[in-house]
Design a protein around this ligand. Structure first.
Ligand code: CTP
Ligand code: MG
Length: 224
């Protein structure tokens, strides 16, 4: 394998509602993070997985993941971007491709991990999995008055894993000022090119309670 996968998992999960940090919430009997890491580790290109855990849960996460896959666990930060940076700093030398993958996208298929890695291996500096936007999108002002309708055909909803030549991701993080919600955005800001590949419905981000129900139904449909 020539790929390291960073798994930011240090978020609180505010939108999911009260309870444990989101990555440790159960889905069909196992924490979201276990589902996510198990699938990532099944991708043949993956040599190394680094998880950024909630600082208070580093030891617990290490114990939780030890039977799942060989992983390195580091403490995450207050913003997702800081969690990614902490994980990136723990990637061993000699691995040329780095993917960044949300623990919250717990059902992402190994084939999507492979597809993103392959696109980077094929020469792209930065690669994102995307889906078409389904809803009509309006731009509005603070009072809720519609300013206009955005051309949906030119829009994409962005998933993870996002893939990078390691040197490109490291440079983008080093140059980062304001925190962004995705890593490809840092590359864009630095003037780099970002390539889209087809995403997967299974890579949905578990964000609100409804998403947990959908994920449970998806797991049941695939037989556990
Ligand atoms: N994340 C992280 N460190 C943070 C914030 C988020 O590692 N300081 C991770 C989350 O654990 C998650 C991924 O980034 O796997 C995507 O973030 P999101 O879905 O927003 O998760 P949370 O921030 O936990 O959820 P919320 O925004 O509802 O609190
Ligand atoms: Mg968040």
């Amino acid at each position: 394998g020539d790929v390291a996968v960073l798994v930011p998992a240090a978020g609180a999960g505010v939108r999911l509602g009260a309870g444990a940090p989101k990555a440790l919430r159960p889905l069909a009997g196992a924490p979201l993070l276990v589902h996510a890491v198990r699938r990532v580790a099944l991708a043949p290109s993956v040599r190394c997985v680094v998880v950024a855990a909630p600082p208070a849960e580093v030891d617990a996460v290490r114990a939780l993941l030890a039977p799942v896959a060989p992983v390195t666990v580091v403490a995450g930060g207050a913003e997702r971007q800081q969690s990614v940076a902490a994980a990136l700093a723990a990637v061993p030398a000699g691995i040329p491709i780095v993917l960044v993958h949300d623990a919250a996208r717990a059902l992402t298929p190994p084939a999507l991990v492979e597809a993103v890695a392959a696109a980077v291996r094929g020469g792209a500096d930065a690669v994102i999995p995307v889906l078409p936007v389904i809803d009509t999108i309006k731009e509005v002002d603070a009072a809720g008055t519609v300013l206009g309708t955005v051309d949906r055909a030119a829009l994409r909803a962005v998933q993870t894993p996002q893939g990078f030549r390691r040197t490109v991701l490291a440079a983008a993080h080093a140059a980062a000022t304001d925190p962004l919600t995705d890593d490809a955005g840092l590359v864009e800001k630095a003037g780099g090119a970002v390539l889209c590949v087809p995403g997967s419905e299974l890579a949905l981000k578990i964000t609100r309670p409804l998403d947990l129900l959908i994920a449970e139904a998806l797991l049941a449909a695939e037989g556990g």
